[in-house]
Design a protein around this ligand. Structure first.
Ligand SMILES: *Cc1c(COP(=O)(O)O)cnc(C)c1O
Length: 365
C-alpha cells in the first residue's frame, strides 16, 4: 500500500454528502437569514431528540460554551474550579477568562479526572468542577454527581469530545448542571467551521445561557445583563442538520474499526490499549494507545506514511500560560506515552489492517 494514511481526512468525509450540503447552502443563501432563524431552531430540535435532553442551546464554539456555562452559574472572581491536569486548553481558558482560578487534579488510568483525588481538593472557595469526557470516554457520572452534591459544588461537563456517548441511556452532558459540546470540524459531529452547544435540565439556567450568548437580550433592545455575542451561525446549523442524518452510520463505522484495532493490536505486549471503547459511554472519538516507545513509534509510522497525533504532548499545569507547580504523575505518564491512531468514518478496514501490521513490525521486527 503506497497511498499515505493521514491522521484525519475531512475532505473525503464531506465528498460523500457534498450534494446535500451544496443544496442546503444555496437554500440558506437564498433565504437570506444568516444569524438565528429556522435552521438554528431545527438544530435545537434535532439535538434534543438525538441526545434526549430537555434544553439545547446552540452557540459559537465549545470554548465559549464552557465560559458561558461558568458565568451562568455565577462562578467568577475569587472562585476556584477543579479541572483535570490532562485536557485540551479550553477547559482551563474558560476558568481563567471568567476570573476564577483553575485547581488541577490528576487523572486516572483512562485520562479522566481522578474522583478519588478530587475530594481532597475541595475547600470553601471551590465553586465548580469540570469533568472532561476525554477521548470520548465518560467519567463515572454517578460518583461525580454524588461528590458534587455532598459539597454543593456545580458541575459543568466538558463533553466537547463526547457527542454520542451515553451512560445508563443518558447522554454525556446531561448529568451535570450544564453540559458543553463542540462541533469543531475534527469532532465526531463537526461543523464546516466553528460551533458549539450547551445543555441543561434547568429552564432558568437555559434562559440565562440564552441571555449571555446574545447581548443579554431575549427581546431586541432589552438588555437584562451584560452579555456577549456567541450565537451559532445559521449556515453552520444548516450544515450540522445535514450531517446529523449520517452520524449514527458514521458512529457504527468508528466502533467497527475500533474493534478491529483492539483485536489486531491485542497481542503486542508493549502496548496498553484504550479501555471501554466499544461501550455505549465511549463514542470512539480517539483511539489512543500507550507505549514507552511513543516517539519512536510515531516517527516510524510517519515514515510509512501513517499519520498519528498526540493528545496531549504537555499537561496543562506545565503550559507556561497556566503554570501550576503541583505533581500530576498519571497525567504526565499518559502525556508522555500516548499516541492517537487514525480513526474516522471514512477510514477503510484495509487501512486499519495495514496500520496494525506496521505497528507489529515496529515492535516485533
Ligand atoms: C474541542 C474541545 C474544546 C473546545 O471546543 P472548540 O469548539 O474548539 O472551542 C473544549 N474541550 C475539549 C476537551 C475539547 O476537546
Amino acid at each position: 500500500m503506497k497511498k499515505p494514511i493521514p491522521f484525519l481526512e475531512l475532505a473525503t468525509l464531506h465528498q460523500s454528502i457534498i450534494g446535500d450540503l451544496q443544496n442546503k447552502f444555496v437554500e440558506v443563501v437564498q433565504e437570506g437569514i444568516f444569524s438565528a432563524g429556522r435552521e438554528v431552531l431545527l438544530f435545537e430540535h434535532n439535538i434534543k431528540k438525538h441526545l434526549a435532553v430537555p434544553c439545547a442551546v446552540p452557540c459559537s464554539n465549545g470554548t465559549d460554551a464552557l465560559e458561558i456555562a461558568l458565568k451562568a452559574l455565577d462562578i467568577g472572581l475569587g472562585d476556584e474550579v477543579i479541572i483535570p491536569a490532562l485536557t485540551w486548553v479550553s477547559t482551563a481558558e474558560a476558568v481563567v477568562n471568567i476570573g476564577a482560578k483553575p485547581v488541577f487534579c490528576d487523572v486516572d488510568q483512562n485520562g479522566l479526572l481522578d474522583l478519588s483525588k478530587a475530594e481532597s481538593l475541595i475547600h470553601p472557595k471551590i465553586k465548580g468542577i469540570i469533568p472532561v469526557h476525554l477521548y470520548g470516554k465518560m467519567l463515572d457520572m454517578e460518583t461525580m454527581m454524588t461528590l458534587a452534591q455532598k459539597y454543593q459544588v456545580k458541575v459543568v461537563e466538558d463533553a466537547a469530545q463526547a457527542f454520542g456517548s451515553f451512560q445508563e441511556n443518558q447522554s454525556a452532558g446531561s448529568f451535570g448542571d450544564i453540559g458543553c459540546f463542540s462541533f469543531y470540524p475534527t469532532k465526531n459531529l463537526g461543523a464546516l467551521g466553528e460551533a458549539g452547544l450547551m445543555t441543561t435540565k434547568d429552564p432558568l439556567l437555559e434562559r440565562k445561557l440564552r441571555l449571555i450568548l446574545n447581548h443579554g437580550q431575549l427581546e431586541r433592545d432589552i438588555h437584562e445583563l451584560v452579555g456577549r455575542n456567541c450565537k451559532m451561525d445559521t449556515l453552520q446549523a444548516a450544515m450540522l442538520n445535514i450531517k446529523l442524518l449520517y452520524l449514527r452510520q458514521w458512529q457504527e463505522t468508528r466502533k467497527k474499526l475500533a474493534g478491529m484495532y483492539l483485536e489486531q493490536l491485542g497481542e503486542i505486549q508493549d502496548i496498553t490499549l484504550p479501555r471501554g471503547l466499544l461501550n455505549a459511554d465511549h463514542n470512539a472519538h480517539l483511539f489512543t494507545i500507550r507505549t514507552a516507545q511513543r516517539d519512536g513509534l510515531k516517527n516510524y509510522l510517519a515514515n510509512q506514511g501513517i499519520g498519528t497525533a498526540v493528545h496531549y504532548p504537555h499537561i496543562l499545569p506545565k503550559t507556561p500560560a497556566i503554570a501550576d507547580s503541583g505533581f500530576f504523575p498519571m497525567a504526565e505518564l499518559i502525556s508522555s506515552t500516548t499516541l492517537s491512531l487514525p480513526l474516522h468514518a471514512h477510514l477503510l478496514e484495509e487501512e486499519v489492517g495495514y496500520i496494525c501490521k506496521k505497528i507489529k513490525n515496529f515492535f516485533i521486527p
